[in-house]
Ligand binder design. Structure first.
Ligand code: G16
Length: 547
């Protein structure tokens, strides 16, 4: 038996029994399911975070309690590694195994095997910082998490109620404090100051920016958006709406980034707020996704999603590196998923290297690290831009030879500060977008006209067992259940510009179907026909048969 504090773990574990009928899975964004089933998972994640910290020689590990874009009764938890990134993929299976040990004895035995095989030195110190979003189930789940942190003897820091990106920022800031890679002051104020200072410098001297309506999804983003508004002052007037964080059932309900993306429409609550010609954006429940949109002169809604944000920002960064005289040393690349609109992939790949990876920001982040500057966005608005350590060194050591180069270099430096490079961050991305729009003097309409989106439709199918769905080729093809892909191919061939794929969700108990085609009605029809096929072939729930 290793040196685990078995007595403390046993006593506290007995207070957080695992429900017998549930199998937990560390999926696309950690554990995520109904909030009232997660007590044992939180306790065990507290222990796992402590062990991860010990494995990293006492570096601080982050834990975020959130179910992001999912409905209010859901909750979840994700671990954040020392540089502010998502948990290393190889640990996800360990997290799943530990969460599913049935009794306290089994859990302790699993922990013992785990610490031995992973060669975790239990005498090392451990530090964990955690935060939660505004969900009603949050406080009880955090209490369970704290018990886990206590059981493993880790030092804890409660970052309170804040956004997922702030928690990622804090982890990086804490772990780089006093080093030459210092990321910023390790507080929410430090985050807000860093972003707003860089933004104010970026847009100094530009024509005044029209006010921006920010739909906060009735989530924790409301708190941060209001605080950020104070820091921005007159430079950018934010108009936060959907800020009811304590109204039961309001979170992500008919508002927020996921609503806008999946319904492709204005949140009803904004109908009387948004004027023709005005742009707005929506955050999701933990403010790590961002969707933009505007009403044209006729009052018609137009969506500017993650693909459009990627196109806008990549072009701007490319122009800045060129103007600074750094374009031969710093190359920009794009990372997308299968959900990227065909219009965007065509537009971007004619200009830049584009890589396609499976859904989940962790996959995009790792692929983006291979570029000097990696711009990664999921179509749902989840993403950021990362500068490689070498690019940052080149930028900081560079001696511009003309005033124009110097100006571009300063913009580039400020951009690296305004961007939260640890993870997708709606507020940071919003400032980046606003800075680019100000520099380019673009309205929403001009930004939108970079390329034309193909009409598309995303639908969910509730099936008996989503785990039977296995994909390949960055989720663009199904390998299991056998035979379905050939039928999808057959359907797709009948639609001009048709493309469709099917994948199991990692955050909800559903299978997702995406389709696009040259004409709106055809995209809708293709999506519903593929969804019907999935339902018929795999025994979906009758109440959920797609129309
Ligand atoms: C999470 C992930 C995203 C992913 C989304 C949907 O977002 O972080 O990368 O795109 O879930 O995933 P799936 O289709 O597998 O359910 P969030 O904003 O909920 O954390």
């Amino acid at each position: 038996m290793s040196d685990l504090p078995v007595h403390a773990i046993r006593t506290l574990s007995d207070q957080h029994p695992k429900p017998s009928h549930i199998h937990f899975q560390y999926g696309t964004a950690g554990f995520r399911t109904k909030g009232d089933t997660l007590d044992s998972v939180m306790f065990r994640v507290g222990i796992l975070a402590g062990l991860r910290s010990k494995k990293w020689d006492g570096k601080t590990i982050g834990v975020m309690v959130t179910a992001s874009h999912n409905p209010e009764p859901d909750n979840g938890v994700k671990l954040v590694d020392p540089r502010g990134e998502m948990l290393e993929t190889s640990w996800e299976a360990h997290a799943t195994a530990l969460a599913n040990a049935q009794s306290t004895d089994e859990f302790i035995a699993a922990l013992d095997t785990f610490t031995t095989t992973m060669k975790i030195d239990l005498s090392k110190p451990a530090k964990v910082v955690y935060a939660r979003d505004t969900r009603p189930s949050g406080p009880a789940l955090v209490a369970a998490l704290e018990d886990g942190i206590k059981a493993i003897g880790a030092e804890e820091r409660d970052a309170g109620v804040t956004t997922t990106p702030v928690l990622h920022y804090l982890v990086r800031a804490i772990n780089t404090k006093g080093t030459k890679e210092e990321y910023g002051d390790d507080s929410e104020e430090g985050y807000l100051r860093k972003l707003s200072t860089a933004f104010n410098k970026l847009v100094a001297g530009k024509p005044s920016i029209p006010p921006l309506v920010v739909d906060c999804a009735n989530g924790v983003g409301a708190k941060l958006a209001k605080e950020l508004a104070e820091y921005l002052g007159d430079t950018l007037q934010l108009i936060p709406v959907n800020t009811s964080t304590t109204t039961p059932g309001a979170l992500n309900n008919a508002c927020g980034a996921d609503f806008v993306k999946t319904q492709q429409t204005l949140p009803p609550s904004l109908t009387s707020v948004l004027k023709p010609g005005q742009r707005a954006c929506s955050l999701d429940g933990d403010a790590d996704r961002l969707m933009y949109y505007y009403l044209d002169d006729r009052g018609q809604f137009h969506m500017l999603d993650g693909d459009k944000i990627a196109a806008l920002s990549a072009a701007f960064i490319g122009e800045l590196t060129k103007s600074a005289g750094l374009d031969s040393q710093i190359k920009v690349g794009i990372v997308q998923t299968a959900y990227a609109n065909g219009g965007s992939t065509k537009y971007l790949s004619e200009r830049l290297p584009v890589k396609c990876v499976p859904t989940g920001v962790k996959h995009l982040h790792h692929a983006a690290e291979k570029f000097d500057v990696g711009v990664y966005f999921e179509a749902n608005g989840h993403g950021t831009v990362i500068f490689s350590p070498q690019s940052l060194e080149i930028i900081s050591a560079y001696q511009p030879s003309t005033p124009a180069q110097s100006t571009a270099l300063n913009h580039l430096i400020n951009l690296t500060e305004v961007i939260n490079q640890t993870v997708g961050d709606a507020l940071s991305d919003m400032l980046m977008v606003e800075a680019v729009l100000a520099h380019k003097s673009y309205s929403g309409e001009e930004w939108d006209s970079l390329y034309v989106d193909l009409p598309n439709r995303l639908v969910k199918v509730v099936v008996a067992d989503r785990n039977i769905f296995k994909t390949e080729d960055a989720e663009r093809r199904l390998v299991s259940p056998p035979g379905i892909q050939a039928k999808i191919d057959e359907l797709v061939r009948r639609y001009e510009g048709g493309r469709a794929f099917v994948r199991p969700s990692g955050t909800e108990d559903v299978v997702r179907v995406y389709a696009e085609a040259t004409v709106r009605t055809q995209a809708d029809e293709l999506a519903y026909r593929v969804a019907g096929l999935v339902y018929d072939e795999t025994g979906g729930h009758p109440a959920h048969r797609p129309l």
